[in-house]
Write a protein that binds this ligand. Structure first.
Ligand code: ADP
Ligand code: MG
Length: 682
């Protein structure tokens, strides 16, 4: 049995079962061995029900004595299962998971893990993790730590455990991804032992040691890739050496309508220094919404123009492109810098004119959407690429734009507060500048979480703000009509509000399906204050800047992640007025309410992003999917920070040591097959 043999080489697995394994992402032996347990059942610590501690996470084993389904109100069903052991009774409750009922038969043994709560007359667990121990005698191993995998109907826990055991018995050799030098230096266990122990640990200590090794390996490979890409980028191509700031840059800087904050100045210095080196800049500019990244982008674009190059500014939406375009025109046309805009919905002849002007150098700075990376777009002399709101673009798209010049400098801007550990994992190839402070004079936004029965009060409040001269956003989640169950769609809300409470007020509707002209008009009218209420989907999420807007109501808030809510909320609180954000949650779940209520007290985007990560896992985080390097199988961005830092150090050592690297290169290459040929422009 070898590492990349198909799963069908295992006894008892034929074509049919293989298909079901495939649904779990398992095709060969390697896949299954790295199908790590999502948790363990520590049967060494199962407690009698009478000795459970309220609020603790505990595991119990007992017999099902009663199964009951109730529907306290429409849309909510509760499955109550009573479980008894020799010491007492506990109630297990599942919400809206009717399908579980068929699994719960009276008399079966069940093992369940969850947080212990006290209801009126007995202990309970809400939505516990569980497993039915149907064949008690065979399955029940006291004093053991058993793996629990993500199983499905066909590939059950038992099949996974048995297959895993079979393979671990049969396999002779597994390829070692870590260089021996690294294994020695960091005192790691060998691969086969760590696999053995991660699936069937002897005890907790050996499990931790095994896990550490596998986490290290996973992070080490990613870091090697990122460090390698960075090295290639900085050594293989010579970049553009921009000269020190001269008249044009200085003039633009002097004419800025405000002075830069300390953090902005620092970021600008770092960017300038990068641009003045002959190594291509690869920098990430991170700054919370409203921290003033745009102006930094503009200064760097001007610098490249001053040096005789063109600058490209790529943004994710047309609205944002238009807004930046206007700001650029406002600041730069007096300095004779020619600014153009390219978005998908321009008319054919308008596009052609822009394409031509770009190719022959008649445009100095181009702002645009994805339209900029189309094949027919050519630059005369591209010196700097700025991408705004990076989480909307993949590495690949950034690279495609970069390819349109000869090693241009790259500035990636993101308002998504990416936790530091994640920056290292995902953007390890970029240097980071951070803008932490907001421009002076901003009042913190007051945020409130409310239930739908308060809607009329909320909208009366909005009306009063409008009467004071302010403007408001009403944001609705984007919903396919098929799932229009209990959340209201943007059109419904618009119709309702504009014909009732806001009858006397100018309202407008904004969503992705409008044509560019329509969007354009709406945004302009909102920008100049004619439209007072903008009912919108999340198209306004990124970048839009209307300082007079001071209220935002977010309908269906439960459908958003905290980071996304924070981005949305960042559209208000941009001017001198006290701003208010009201989140309306349509969810009955207490957990959801708790999650959303964090928005009331926390205004730091970084903290919210970390909360998101904790709750939703890194896979759910913006843009991670696009990156392609995201599929962390075992490492945890929060728990494994120390290991990450070690792995990063080790990676740098290996990549920079020619002898070591020569030995290691084939491993790295085979691990990143799909990326290898594109590595030049990663
Ligand atoms: P973001 O970082 O979200 O892209 P913007 O660049 O849109 O933020 O800036 C938000 C607002 O703050 C804009 O209206 C901008 O003109 C203003 N601004 C930026 N920097 C400063 C500053 N140093 N002082 C005052 N206002 C500033
Ligand atoms: Mg911005």
């Amino acid at each position: 049995m070898r590492y990349n043999d198909s799963i069908q080489t295992i006894k008892g697995i034929g074509a049919v079962k293989a298909k079901y394994f495939k649904a779990l992402g398992i095709n060969n032996i390697e896949d299954i061995l790295t199908y790590y347990p999502k948790r363990y059942e520590d049967r060494t610590v199962i407690k009698p029900i009478s000795q459970l501690t309220i609020e603790n996470l505990e595991t119990i084993i007992g017999t099902i004595t009663n199964v009951q389904e109730t529907m306290p109100r429409r849309g909510l069903s509760i499955l109550k299962v009573l479980v008894k052991d020799s010491s007492g009774v506990i109630e297990l409750d599942w919400f809206n998971q009717k399908f579980l009922k068929s699994k719960m038969s009276i008399g079966s043994k069940i093992i369940a893990t969850g947080k212990i709560r006290a209801s009126y007359y007995r202990l309970s667990m809400n939505n516990p993790e569980f497993e039915i121990l149907d064949q008690v005698a065979k399955d029940f191993v006291p004093n053991a730590i058993l793996p629990v995998y993500s199983a499905n109907e066909r590939i059950t826990q038992k099949i996974l455990r048995n297959t895993m055991q079979e393979i671990l018995k049969g396999i002779k050799e597994v390829p070692e991804n870590l260089p021996v030098e690294v294994i020695k230096k960091f005192s790691l266990v060998d691969k086969i032992t760590s696999l053995q122990e991660i699936h069937f640990p002897k005890n907790k200590e050996s499990l931790l040691i095994a896990r550490h090794r596998l986490v290290f390996e996973e992070l080490f490979l990613i870091q090697c890739f990122l460090v390698y890409v960075k090295k290639i980028n900085s050594t293989r191509h010579k970049g553009i050496k921009h000269l020190l700031d001269s008249k044009l840059s200085q003039a633009v800087y002097k004419m800025l309508p405000f002075s830069l904050t300390k953090d902005q100045k620092k970021a600008w210095c770092e960017i300038k220094a990068d641009m003045e080196r002959d190594i291509p800049m690869q920098r990430l500019l991170q700054g919370d919404v409203g921290s003033g990244k745009t102006i930094i982008a503009i200064l760097s674009l001007v610098k490249t123009v001053e040096n005789g190059y063109q600058g490209a500014f790529m943004v994710p939406t047309e609205i944002l492109a238009m807004q930046h375009y206007q700001v650029l025109i406002g600041l730069l046309s007096q300095h004779k810098i020619k600014v153009g805009m390219l978005v998908g919905s321009l008319k054919k002849n308008e596009k052609e004119a822009i394409v031509l002007a770009l190719a022959n150098g008649n445009i100095d700075i181009i702002v645009g959407t994805h339209a900029l990376i189309q094949e027919n777009i050519q630059f005369n002399n591209l010196g700097l690429v700025v991408t705004d709101e990076q989480h909307r673009f993949g590495v690949r798209q950034r690279a495609l734009l970069q390819e349109k010049g000869i090693s241009p400098d790259i500035l990636v801007m993101t308002a998504t507060p990416i936790p530091r550990t994640m920056t290292l994992t995902v953007y390890g190839d970029l240097d980071v500048s951070l803008i932490k402070e907001l421009p002076p004079g901003r009042k913190p936004i007051k945020s409130f979480l409310r239930t739908p029965d308060k809607r009329s009060l909320i909208y009366q409040f909005v009306l009063r703000e409008i009467e004071k001269g302010r403007q408001a956003y009403i944001v609705c989640p984007l919903i396919e009509s098929s799932e229009k169950i209990d959340t209201v769609s943007v059109t419904d809300i618009f119709d309702e509000l504009s014909s009732n409470i806001f009858k006397e007020v100018k309202c407008a509707l904004l969503h992705g399906k409008l044509s560019k002209d329509e969007k354009d008009t709406v945004m302009k009218e909102f920008y100049c204050g004619n439209i007072k209420v903008l009912v919108s989907t999340t198209v306004i999420e990124v970048g839009v800047n209307v300082p007079n807007a001071s209220v935002m109501v977010i309908e269906g808030a439960e459908r958003f992640g905290l980071s996304q809510l924070h981005q949305l909320r960042g559209r208000i609180g941009r001017g001198e007025y006290q701003s208010y954000c009201i989140l309306i949650s349509h969810s009955n779940s207490k957990d959801t309410f708790e999650r959303l209520s964090v928005m009331e007290s926390v205004s730091d985007g970084f903290i919210l992003a970390e909360e998101d990560l904790k709750l939703r896992g890194p896979g759910q985080f913006f843009g991670m999917r696009q990156h392609g390097l995201n599929d962390l199988k075992i490492a945890d961005i929060f728990l494994d920070t120390d290991t990450l830092l070690q792995a990063r150090l080790a990676a740098a050592e290996v990549i920079n040591d020619t002898l070591l690297f020569n030995k290691f290169e084939p491993i790295l290459k085979s691990h990143y097959k799909e990326y290898w040929e594109n590595i030049n422009f990663c």
